[in-house]
Design a protein. Structure first.
Length: 88
């Protein structure tokens, strides 16, 4: 049976002591028999740190056959969301 984790994070947030790297998640997925995961960063975009989307992409790129990237967009940013989506 194929197992896909639909909610996982690959990101680093030192103030909260969260260090969830792609390598760490791959190891956990292998131990649990999970084939693929849909991953997002901890922050929404646009937001306080729009570079989180690029960091996420770069960190999962070596495992592109195992990860699917998901970007959470905050609708309160209106036109900024539309502009950001045009850059993807």
């Amino acid at each position: 049976m194929r197992i896909i984790d639909m909610h996982a994070h690959v990101d680093v947030c030192p103030p909260l002591n969260w260090y969830d790297t792609a390598d760490k998640l791959i190891k956990l997925m292998d131990e649990a028999g999970i084939e693929k995961a849909v991953v997002s960063a901890y922050l929404n975009v646009p937001g306080p740190d729009n570079s989180c989307a690029e960091r996420l992409w770069k960190s999962i790129e070596p495992y592109k056959e195992r990860f699917m990237m998901f970007i959470r967009m905050d609708p309160w940013f209106g036109q900024d969301c539309i502009d950001f989506a045009g850059c993807l």
